[in-house]
Write a protein that binds this ligand. Structure first.
Ligand code: NAD
Length: 503
């Protein structure tokens, strides 16, 4: 996937320092937003500093209460928010509602568990320091910058926003230039619940506004988007040694073993590959199938994919490609696959239109072609036959990415899942890990690093604070110039007794 465009097609910029958010199905203007400058961003971060101190001072219980009230408000207004998501991304209303429902569940989990995960805990102080009481607690970082993508404009940034807020931080959020209205909706509703201070703020604009947020001195920058932009984010954050969390793209594989439930696997492959028009970071892009069940599986996939159509009418199961520039990439991947001996069993070169892409299922595609190696981000699948599951694992792992993965197998499901080089794997279901709030979410390699969701996601937005408190005077004072030769001899004896036995 290509990285940032200064002025993307699909969003119009004018001389007044604003840009328009467009409906990708019609190009109708659905909102106009400011292009925030570096000064605007700096002011927002300065306001956030004060808000952060207040929010942290509220403590876990009061923060949980506020987050739950926000959750209630979002839940009561799901339809309204889904409408904004639909207008800005083009995805069907029901799909928009689904990503909001998942985010709501994460809100509850983070509110409920923040104290349990981050509170002060005792640690063993060891024999040498037995006079000390040792504790660790997870304190808020301060101000967290969140930069989001457009494909899941609620679920994805909320994976950072919710966990950062629950850990006691203030957040400055820059949504994608394709979905500023969704960002505004989230920030405005939060302000209805937390009106005292600007704990969650919005800045809008293109890559330059995001870059200003990286350079603003925030205490951490949580980024979700393409690997190319991730590199720029890291470079900008490096100037202030600002730590970063990178949630980037993927080329996720689905494995089908000989004993798998083929109907379920085919259903999962088609939904995992085609839902949201394939614009899913953890969407299925490649499928590796045991040779014994390959033909049967492919027939089932073709049957199901034939029932999926993209369009803007209520019967269409998938919507338009949100970012027009992506159409060229999808077209190129399909053309390259076909030119190199691949065959399209569904869709093909005619599948890519002006706004919509029809489902495309490709077989016999060489492993080194773009459709297998690069993130396509369209409703396409490549299916390859393998001799055994070792070959499937080797091929699935032969990628620069490593975000999610799926295994369909009865006997060897857990073993294969463990061997896949990915941050998350679901067995006998697709993308299920994303809907389980207690599980960490994130990638390896070009898919990024750091984790959102679960206890790991809370700790990502907190710093461990170690405190050693002396309970009584030590029998041997080691940290004093008054230490005697006798003490040194005693220490040498003690350490030999404790650690010197094994040869
Ligand atoms: P993108 O990288 O083009 O943009 C993401 C965000 O970064 C936008 O808000 C954009 O304005 C901002 N940005 C662009 N240039 C910047 C710069 N130089 N400095 C700071 N900010 C800058 O990505 P996208 O097209 O919005 O999203 C699609 C990508 O996101 C895909 O690769 C997809 O796989 C990935 N994604 C990953 C996850 C995950 O959790 N791993 C989730 C959703 C999407």
């Amino acid at each position: 996937m290509t990285s940032v465009q200064t002025k993307p097609a699909g969003a119009e910029q004018d001389a007044r320092g604003t840009f328009d958010s467009l409906d990708p199905a019609t190009d109708e203007v659905v909102g106009t937003y400011p292009i925030h400058t570096a000064e605007d961003v700096a002011e927002a971060v300065a306001r956030a500093r004060e808000a952060a101190a207040w929010w942290a001072g509220l403590g876990f219980a009061e923060r949980a209460e506020r987050l739950r009230r926000w959750k209630g408000m979002i839940t009561r207004r799901v339809g309204q928010l889904a409408e904004v998501v639909h207008a800005e991304t083009g995805k069907p209303h029901a799909d928009a509602a689904l990503e909001i429902v998942l985010a709501i569940d994460h809100l509850e989990w983070a509110a409920k568990n923040a104290r349990k995960v981050l509170r002060q805990r005792k640690r063993s102080s060891g024999l040498l320091m037995a006079n000390q009481s040792a504790t660790v607690e997870y304190q808020p970082l301060g101000v967290v910058g969140v930069i989001g993508p457009w494909n899941y404009p609620v679920f994805t940034p909320m994976g950072s926003i919710i966990y950062a807020l629950a850990a006691g931080n203030a957040v400055v959020f820059k949504p994608s230039e394709y979905t500023p209205g969704v960002g505004k909706w989230l920030v405005d509703t939060f302000a209805d619940i937390v009106s005292e201070h600007p704990v969650l703020q919005l800045v809008t604009g293109y890559g330059e506004t995001g870059a200003a947020l990286c350079r603003s001195g925030v205490d951490k920058l949580a980024f979700t988007g393409s690997p190319g932009t991730g590199r720029k984010i890291m470079a900008a954050c490096a100037e202030n040694l600002t730590p970063v969390l990178i949630e980037a793209g993927g080329k996720d594989a689905l494995l089908v073993d000989e004993d798998a439930d083929l109907a379920a696997a085919a259903d999962a492959a088609v939904w995992g590959g085609m839902s949201n028009a394939g614009q899913t970071c953890v969407g299925v892009e490649r499928v590796y199938v045991h040779e014994k069940v390959y033909d049967d599986f492919v027939t089932k996939v073709v049957d199901i994919a034939g029932t999926v159509r993209s369009g803007s009418d209520p019967e269409a199961k998938i919507g338009p490609i949100t970012m027009p520039a992506q159409l060229g990439i999808i077209r190129r991947h399909i053309a390259d696959a076909l030119a190199r001996g691949g065959r399209a069993l569904v869709g093909g070169s005619d599948a890519v239109g002006d706004r919509y892409v029809q489902p495309t299922v490709l077989v016999d595609v060489p492993e080194d072609s773009e459709a297998v190696r690069e993130e396509t981000f369209g409703p396409t699948l490549t299916i390859a036959k393998v001799h055994d599951m070792d070959e499937a694992v080797a091929k699935a792992n032969d990628t620069r990415y490593g975000l999610g993965a799926t295994v369909f197998a009865k006997r060897r499901g857990m073993e294969l899942a463990r061997r896949l080089r990915s941050g998350m794997t679901s067995v006998n279901a697709v993308i299920s890990f994303a809907g389980i709030p207690s599980l960490p979410f994130g990638g390896i390699g070009e898919s990024g690093f750091g984790r959102i969701h679960g206890p790991e996601g809370l700790k990502e937005f907190a710093r461990p604070k170690a405190i050693a408190r002396q309970r009584f005077k030590p029998p041997m004072n080691l940290t004093s110039f008054n230490r005697s030769a006798k003490t040194d001899a005693q220490v040498a004896k003690l350490i030999t007794m404790l650690h010197g036995k094994r040869r």
